[in-house]
Ligand binder design. Structure first.
Ligand code: THU
Length: 130
């Protein structure tokens, strides 16, 4: 199954009673394993989590940390744009050249990279004087 199809499948499990906006994310790691996540909303709205965050949590819980490729999908008019927080979360485990496919359920695709999504990312080197 393609990584976009993995994201499409897990999207169906999203818990979205408040936004009604289902998102699915899939991460392929350096080992070739695929980890999936969907958004999980909460009645206390800020406690909701994004699909990307769920996929990252599944990856780390599965003992892996090296993101090789990412796909995110939603029923949006243009390929879904990861939020700022998720861009930083992806950058924690991916390089700037790591490919990211942003997709719509009706077939539109935007191919980008983690570095293009988060130019000028804060990274550990900036704490070198601490
Ligand atoms: N959402 C994601 O899960 N990922 C994104 O890339 C964009 C936004 C979720 C969060 C919330 O559950 C819903 O979409 C509306 O913001």
């Amino acid at each position: 199954m393609s990584l976009v199809d993995e994201a499409r499948a897990v999207r169906e499990n999203a818990h979205v009673p408040y936004s009604r906006f289902k998102v699915g994310a899939a991460i392929r790691t350096a080992s070739g394993t695929v980890f999936r996540g969907c958004n999980v909303e909460n009645v206390a709205y800020p406690e909701g989590t994004c699909a990307e965050a769920g996929a990252i949590a599944a990856m780390v819980a599965g003992g892996e940390r090296a993101i090789a490729e990412v796909a995110v999908i939603a029923d949006s008019p243009v390929p879904v744009s990861p939020c700022g927080g998720c861009r930083q979360k992806l950058a924690e485990f991916a390089g700037p050249d790591t490919p990211v496919t942003l997709a719509t359920t009706d077939g539109a695709r935007l191919e980008t990279t983690v570095g293009a999504l988060l130019p000028g990312a804060f990274d550990a080197s900036q704490m070198s004087r601490a």
